[in-house]
Design a protein around this ligand. Structure first.
Ligand SMILES: [Zn+2]
Length: 461
């Protein structure tokens, strides 16, 4: 499977346009294996060369070398000020024109209109005018919200520009750009994921929690073992209508997303269950393993799972077991994030080839099930453009979900690798970067995961 398929085709087009644009003449990039090393790190040779180039550009453009100057340089150089999202292909402006959550609620309070974080301040001015608000009313709102010195009789265009200026300076956080700055890590100096595909900054609201809870689920689900396509089909089949499909072993504790561990549960019970692990669930999971001859947990948690099964009795400390599984999964996600972040595109290619592509074969069939979630028949799906696109989308979201998980979960739990572990990760990444034998690298990752599990079991964490 080629990597080109995981990056949105419009982004690949954008990348080629930027790399070949005269504004970027002399900025370091290599062309290997049919692709550019768009992504790099500060410490790499390419990264150092890029920084040198930007310093020189800053001088030419008369931009002072102060905090934030790299964004200014890369913004000034950018030929269109419009960037394509690597994940979904959406084009957004690099200007600070998009509404942040707090401004959206302020507008909703004042005017009763709902906007999204992909609407711009121009959209607001335009729509409010259409709704019949006078220039004076609109201007007054902006002046107050952004604490401007303008008069409400000024031209709305000027006022809107002043709002944007304030946000670029950093003296207001009401507006944000379509993509955050990220130089020298990205060739064009902007984050690969646009605003449309990044998880949002503020949390805490109930609506927000619900949304991110669902997004977290994607990370568990997409990197899970099991027949994912069949699990989704079974979950949404008529068998569960009027009830809710429940994973006996919660995905958030590292259990697999598979039809054979799905059971009916009434809706109230399911929301109460979340990621609890009950004695009877463990017994049922053992039963599922016995009748199907499968392992119900992901490969990276199986040592801990074996430990739990050996040590479980009615008086066991289930909360301790639950925490071990939870923390282990967080370490695993963090490991994936590190590989992607350190190795960039090569890391993604490695993970696709060894961890995601093997799942594709399950996407090639339609299934029917019995009430135990066992597959009773499977028929080949005709491989169409749609089914291939569906898998590409799966791959793309898999990567987005890792980044989201890192941003949200890591802030909450503060998972940190020890110095020794970090060195091991660096070594794994070096092998990936050198195109070493994939089997050897996969084995090293497995050994690494085992050592994390052992630490958790021995409570040395
Ligand atoms: Zn996007």
């Amino acid at each position: 499977m080629s990597i080109e398929r995981t990056w949105h085709p419009k982004f690949i087009e954008y990348m080629k346009f930027i790399v070949n644009h005269p504004n970027y003449k002399g900025l370091a990039i290599n062309f290997t294996d049919d692709s550019y090393n768009w992504v790099t790190t500060k410490k790499s040779e390419t990264g150092k060369l890029r920084l040198k180039w930007a310093k020189e550009k800053a001088k030419q453009l008369g931009i002072k070398e102060e905090p934030g100057y790299l964004r200014k340089v890369m913004y000034a150089v950018h030929p269109t000020k419009m960037k394509v999202c690597q994940i979904c292909g959406k084009t957004l402006s690099l200007n600070y024109i998009y509404l942040n959550r707090s401004l959206i609620s302020a507008i909703e309070k004042e005017f009763g209109c709902e906007f999204t974080e992909l609407n711009s301040i121009y959209d607001v001015a335009h729509l409010l005018k259409e709704k019949g608000y006078s220039d004076n009313e609109i201007n007054k709102f902006f002046i107050k919200a952004f604490k401007l010195n303008n008069k409400s009789t000024d031209d709305t265009k000027i006022i809107v520009n002043n709002c944007i200026e304030k946000c670029i300076e950093g003296s207001s956080k009401y507006l944000g750009p379509g993509a955050m700055s990220n130089f020298p890590d990205r060739f064009d100096g902007f984050h690969s994921y646009n605003r449309c595909c990044r998880s949002k900054e503020d949390t805490g609201r109930s609506k927000e929690n619900l949304r991110t809870y669902n997004k977290d689920r994607r990370a568990y689900e997409y990197w899970s073992d099991g027949n994912l396509y069949a699990a989704n089909k079974f979950m949404h089949s008529s068998f569960f209508s009027g009830t809710s499909a429940d994973h006996v072993g919660p995905l958030s504790l590292g259990f697999i997303h598979d039809p054979r561990q799905l059971r009916k549960l009434n809706k109230k019970d399911n929301s109460a269950k979340r990621d609890r692990l009950l004695y009877k669930d463990i017994k049922e999971l053992q039963n599922i393993e016995d009748i199907n001859n499968i392992c119900v947990i992901n490969w990276y948690s199986d040592l801990i799972w074996e430990f739990i099964k050996k040590n479980i009795d009615k008086t066991s400390d289930l909360e301790k077991f639950r925490k071990m599984l939870k923390i282990n999964l967080q370490y695993y996600m963090e490991l994936l994030w590190n590989i992607i972040n350190i190795c960039g595109r090569k890391g993604e290619m490695f993970l696709i080839k060894n961890f995601l592509a093997p799942k594709y074969s399950d996407f090639k069939y339609e299934y029917t099930f019995n009430e135990l979630g066992q597959i009773t028949s499977k028929t080949p799906r005709r491989e169409t453009d749609d089914s291939r696109k569906e898998f590409d989308r799966f791959v793309r979201i898999s990567f987005v979900s890792v980044a989201e998980f890192h941003e949200k979960e890591n802030r909450k739990t503060n998972i940190h690798f020890s110095k020794n572990e970090e060195e091991k990760i660096q070594y794994i990444c070096k092998l990936i970067d050198n195109d070493s034998d994939n089997k050897i690298i996969v084995n090293m990752i497995k050994e690494f995961v085992v050592s994390i599990e052992k630490n958790l079991i021995e409570n040395k964490e």
